[in-house]
Design a protein around this ligand. Structure first.
Ligand code: TQI
Ligand code: ZN
Ligand code: ZN
Length: 168
């Protein structure tokens, strides 16, 4: 079953059209950016929320960046595997991914390194957190707190949709 963060934080009614931007220093390719666009679209399809990419990192509601190790927010990343990414509850908008992971953007996961992690799967999960969902006890849920390397899980389960629709 889905859960919310303590105090049930969410983006307020007057902030339904959210913007996102990528840390300029990451110099991400359009292919990588497209993974996030697809991940946002999965949540937009089941909520009144919209997500629009903007150029200004400073001005964006949701700020996405890849960082290795200590990156200044008191929650350092830990190298390969372990913590893969973290996102903070609304209305923080901080979405950080561990730059030391072997992120898989496209192609065959089976031929990827054993430690490879599917980027879109993690993005869909972290966006759930950014919107106010905690973890779920339902194994099929995107918000279930386990991910296996070289596995792709990107479709929202009924439990995810029920949870997010209770919030928005
Ligand atoms: N990052 C944790 C996560 O996103 C960070 C975290 C731990 C957390 N406890 C939390 C975030 C409580 C919000 C609330 O869950 S992670 C998974 C999953 C991670 C884990 O790197 O461990 C995914 C990132 F669900 F598979 F465990 C992505 Cl999909
Ligand atoms: Zn961080
Ligand atoms: Zn999580």
């Amino acid at each position: 079953h889905y859960s919310f963060f303590p105090g049930r934080p969410r983006w307020p009614d007057h902030r339904r059209d959210l913007t996102y931007a990528f840390a300029p220093e990451n110099g991400l390719t359009d292919e990588v950016k497209g993974v996030f666009t697809r991940a946002f679209a999965r949540w937009a399809a089941v909520t009144p929320l919209t997500f629009t990419a903007v150029e200004s990192f400073r001005a964006a509601d949701i700020r996405i960046g890849f960082y290795a190790g200590d990156h200044g927010d008191g929650e350092p990343f830990d190298g390969v595997l372990g913590t893969l990414a973290h996102a903070f509850s609304p209305p923080s908008g901080h979405f950080h991914l561990d730059g030391d992971e072997s992120w898989v953007v496209t192609g065959d996961l089976r031929s990827a390194p054993v430690t490879a992690i599917d980027l879109e799967s993690v993005a869909v999960h972290e966006i759930g957190h950014l919107l106010g969902l905690g973890h779920s006890s339902v194994e099929e849920s995107i918000m279930f707190p386990t991910i296996t390397s070289r596995t792709r899980k990107v479709d929202l389960a009924v439990d995810d949709v029920t949870g997010i629709q209770e919030l928005y």
